[in-house]
Design a protein around this ligand. Structure first.
Ligand code: ZN
Ligand code: ZN
Length: 442
């Protein structure tokens, strides 16, 4: 895991750092109080060892600035570890307060290329489109952040009685032709199909989180079709192989997107709160996925939750405390929940602060959702009040709207003592948007 000790930098007092020769970064490239380091290879995490007084540092990577929690270990070394959200990182910027005294710094570039998911929630084997001879889609793929999983049935009793893999694959191909030629869609509607033998077939082309056409809402939901007819008059049963395949696929997606298998949340395409794992009939006037499959959903959710074991806390707009001048907005379609608040920058202070109640102390991943827009502050200030200390970060609200933007993981104490929020700091002319906060216990 630990690939290289890339550098040992001797620094002088305050910010008068003379050289970064090991990184080949010229003094002119180093902004005041901000030091840029390039890694020798892609990395996922960065470990720091500091010598000197080192309060209130922050690090930028992944396009986000986040506080560095410097801890003293048993040997009185000051260390910190930060994680990026993917393995394609090549550089960081270290931010220091102006009065720091840094005497030496070691940086460990860590490439944790091992699977980021627990082995019990890895993606199950999937037969890809090539395996069943898919025709190319007649449209370009579009994407929404996956927040929900929809169960369907194909309402084809004969599919349930297929005896071989080839027959199932041919049935998937037939569904594609039906959806494209008969219904006039640009590709098969479902994201995945599960045959009675428990085999999982890739549906809609474009990859894992591509937007399908399956429940009338589509943006935000992964459509999984069970191949059979689980309703009168056929009343076929969702057999164990199909249940196990559905559980494996859903657990993988819940782990990847930090979806609470037992919870509910804002379903963007449906424009309402919806159970995170639902049946087609929950959002449309249809019998799908059939009474006998629908009846299995509660125990399926329980078994998926037992695999994923995440604890998700979502606080929408109304649960924040607002001070200063805020306006209610509803028009952005990539909002979380029915509305959001916005405030102008460069005027008197405005703050939106969530104070979640933590029932179990532990490491929590912190994510923020906002609707994006060209008038947003590209450097919106986020604040984390933790153990009596304020840490700040900056995010660009002009992009990455309509999804959970993960800022990092921090250890949180139990109780309602930690506050997370955002402020309208900045030059005149922008707006900041307060929409929703998510905490996921790791
Ligand atoms: Zn359906
Ligand atoms: Zn099969």
């Amino acid at each position: 895991m630990l690939l290289s000790l890339a550098l040992l930098v001797a620094a002088q007092n305050d910010c008068a750092v003379e050289t970064f020769s090991r990184e080949q970064i010229s003094r002119h490239a180093v902004a005041a109080n901000a030091y840029q380091f390039s890694a020798p290879q892609d990395f996922h995490s960065v470990g720091f060892i500091f010598e000197g007084e080192f309060p209130q540092a922050a690090v930028s990577l992944d396009g986000i600035k986040w506080p560095l929690e410097v801890a003293h270990d048993l040997n009185e070394m000051q260390t910190a570890l930060v994680h990026a959200s993917n393995n394609q990182q090549r550089a960081i910027t270290l931010h220091l307060p102006s009065a720091h005294k840094l005497t030496a710094l070691s940086i460990y570039w860590i490439n944790s290329a091992a699977p980021s998911l627990p082995s019990n929630a890895t993606k199950p084997p999937v037969y890809d489109r090539a395996s069943w001879g898919a025709n190319p889609p007649s449209c370009a793929p579009t994407y929404c952040a996956t927040t929900h999983i929809a169960m369907h049935h194909t309402a084809s009793a004969s599919e349930y009685n297929s005896s071989s893999w080839s027959q199932c694959a041919a049935n998937v191909k037939a569904s594609q032709i039906y959806h494209m030629a008969t219904r006039g869609w640009c590709d098969i509607g479902y994201n995945y199909l599960i045959c009675p033998h428990g085999d999982v077939f890739e549906g809609r082309g474009g990859g894992d989180d591509v937007r399908g056409a399956h429940d009338g809402s589509n943006c935000g939901s992964m459509g999984v079709a069970m191949m059979g007819y689980f309703h009168a008059p056929h009343n076929q049963l969702l057999n164990n192989a199909m249940q196990d395949a559905f559980i494996a696929l859903a657990a993988y997606k819940c782990e990847q997107q930090q979806i609470d298998a037992l919870g509910n949340s804002w379903y963007a395409g449906y424009a309402d709160i919806q159970q995170n794992i639902f049946g087609h009939r929950d959002v449309s006037s249809t019998a799908c996925p059939g009474d006998l499959a629908y009846a299995e959903l509660p125990q399926l959710r329980q078994r998926i939750a037992a695999i994923v074991q995440n604890e998700v806390i979502i606080l929408d707009t109304a649960l924040a405390t607002f001070t200063g001048n805020w306006n209610t907005g509803t028009t952005s379609t990539d909002k979380y929940g029915a509305d959001y608040r916005w405030a102008s920058t460069g005027v008197s202070p405005a703050r939106a602060i969530w104070t979640p109640t933590i029932t179990q102390a532990g490491d929590y991943q912190i994510s923020i959702w906002w609707p994006e827009g060209g008038n947003r502050n590209p450097s919106t200030t986020l604040g984390l009040m933790l153990n009596g200390r304020l840490h700040t970060a900056a995010v660009n609200q002009q992009m990455h709207g309509g999804q959970w933007n993960t800022l990092g993981s921090v250890p949180l104490p139990s109780g309602a003592t930690t506050s997370i929020g955002l402020a309208n700091n900045g030059p005149l002319g922008w707006v900041v948007v307060a929409d929703a906060l998510r905490l996921v216990r790791q």
